[in-house]
Design a protein around this ligand. Structure first.
Ligand code: ADQ
Length: 460
């Protein structure tokens, strides 16, 4: 294939271990093709002009990192505004939390247009361009308007809501039309593909040509599900390294008389964290045999603190957690530990392995990688049980988890009780099947399949 050009809101040096999943997934191909990664630098310039930004490039091995600063006004409207206060809630079905202030859309368009202007001169004829996520939906349309003819693919990491929810977006026609500037649109799940296709045929008058192709506005786009995976090998390595082993030993020693339940998330209203706490409370009420034993550790990393909905969530959670410890705790047992922090990635496998139950209970989630990380971290001889929301994209693949409805507090409490009491043979059998699925569809499979589809080749 030609040179790979990745565009995402934030970029990372793929050689650095803390760079994260996307960097690990794309690093090899970027490096092999002498690729380019383009995005926002992460810096907000104190004195800048809206719609303008300074391009900086640097080398990270064979990969060129090209980034642009944003001025405060653009950052507020594009990033906090349209991306995180409009698209994020709407695509997670939360119209009640969306802030449809009019200035946001202008900023979103302005920044996408500016990115297109900065990126275009860096492009070569045989480049294959892969754009990521909701911050950059109109980027291909802006590039095409400037004459860009290269193949452009888009991957959406968040879910697609049903057509009528999308239609509540005041600018939905414009936004959804801009998907037709791509050659390929990748979504996380078949449910997302169904919603997308229905929107396009019902609201945008698109023709469904079959074979994953939709035609409208004089263009044809291919739309398919590419469920993102994790780097299973890398996670196994991480799990065998000293930091993870030490975390595991410490947790086992600290909670030797307890059964641990674990939740790890970004503190976001889509993750269903208060719902999980309510279900845990219900578990303690309905099944008193768990007293002095079941202990829920919840690690929620700070996220978008300056958006109002997040401050409200934090307050609600602190109240719920405090009440459980006050009502059920004892001198020698604190039922819930809530930690508002990011733990080092190298400790995550140890935390997961020490926990009998992994609670991944989002109200809506594109995929949810924690679910996969939890399974991969387990000891196959004595594995823990994954309790997974049916509303996470991961639920389409991980049918051997205990699937729950996070809005059903009692049902979720019963599933947690089932997980705590599950016999070893059943835990092993479920774990084996989950592992097979996660290993087969890892992040490298995801990357290969997407890039093959973008180049018009057969998928695996
Ligand atoms: P996120 O919403 O960020 O991603 P997720 O898929 O769960 O969610 O990935 C989070 C990553 O951050 C995981 O690797 C996890 O281990 C780590 N993490 C989360 N909380 C942490 C904490 N408190 N401490 C340390 N590490 C923590 C978006 C979409 C998802 C989609 C991904 C990838 O919202 O649905 O799965 O992109 O496409």
């Amino acid at each position: 294939m030609g040179r790979l050009v990745v565009v995402s809101n934030r970029l990372a040096d793929p050689r650095k271990p803390a760079a994260g999943g996307l960097a690990v997934a794309l690093g090899d191909t970027l490096s092999r093709t002498g690729g380019l990664w383009f995005g926002w630098s992460g810096t907000v310039a104190a004195h800048g002009t809206p719609g303008e930004g300074e391009l900086q490039t640097r080398q990270a091995g064979r990969v060129t990192l090209a980034s642009v600063n944003l001025c405060a006004e653009d950052h507020a409207a594009y990033y906090h505004g349209y991306a995180n206060s409009v698209l994020w809630p709407v695509f997670h079905y939360r119209l009640d939390l969306a802030d449809f202030s009019s200035g946001y859309l202008d900023g979103y368009r302005r920044v996408n247009r500016m990115f297109a202007h900065k990126l275009l001169p860096l492009l070569r004829e045989d480049d294959v361009i892969w754009v990521h996520d909701y911050h950059l939906i109109p980027l291909a349309a802006e590039l095409r308007a400037l004459g860009c003819r290269q193949r452009i693919g888009f991957f959406l990491h968040i879910p697609v809501p049903p057509p009528l929810v999308l239609a509540a977006l005041p600018q939905h026609e414009w936004l959804m039309r801009s998907f037709f500037a791509y050659d390929l649109v990748g979504l996380q799940s078949e449910a997302d593909v169904a919603h997308f296709t229905r929107y396009m045929t019902v609201e945008a008058g698109a023709q469904d040509l079959g074979a994953q192709r939709l035609r409208a506005f004089n263009a044809t786009v291919r739309v398919a599900a590419f469920p993102i995976g994790i780097d299973v090998e890398e996670f196994h390595r991480l799990g065998r390294a000293p930091d993870a082993m030490q975390t595991y030993e410490e947790m086992r020693a600290e909670y030797s008389r307890r059964q641990l339940l674990l939740g790890i998330d970004r503190l976001d209203y889509s993750k269903g964290i208060p719902h999980r706490v309510r279900a845990f409370r219900q578990l303690l009420e309905r099944y008193p045999e768990n007293a002095h034993s079941a202990t829920l550790v919840m690690i929620a990393s700070p996220s978008r603190d300056d958006v109002n909905a997040y401050a409200d969530l934090r307050q609600e959670l602190e109240g719920l957690c405090g009440a459980i410890n006050g009502d059920f705790g004892d001198l020698d047992w604190m039922p819930l530990r809530y930690i508002h922090r990011t733990v080092a990635r190298k400790r995550v496998p140890g935390l997961c392995r020490a926990s009998r139950v992994g609670l991944v209970t989002p109200l809506r989630d594109g995929m949810n990688l924690v679910a996969k990380e939890y399974v991969v971290s387990q000891n196959p001889e004595d594995p823990g049980v994954l309790v997974l929301s049916r509303f996470a994209g991961a639920a389409e693949q991980l049918r051997d988890a205990l699937l729950v409805n996070p809005y059903d507090t009692q049902g979720m409490a019963e599933a947690i009780q089932t997980a705590l009491r599950m016999p070893l043979a059943e835990r092993q059998a479920r774990h084996q099947r989950l592992m097979a699925c996660i290993s087969e569809h890892d992040v490298h499979w995801w990357r290969r399949n997407f890039l093959r589809a973008l180049e018009g080749e057969e998928q695996e």
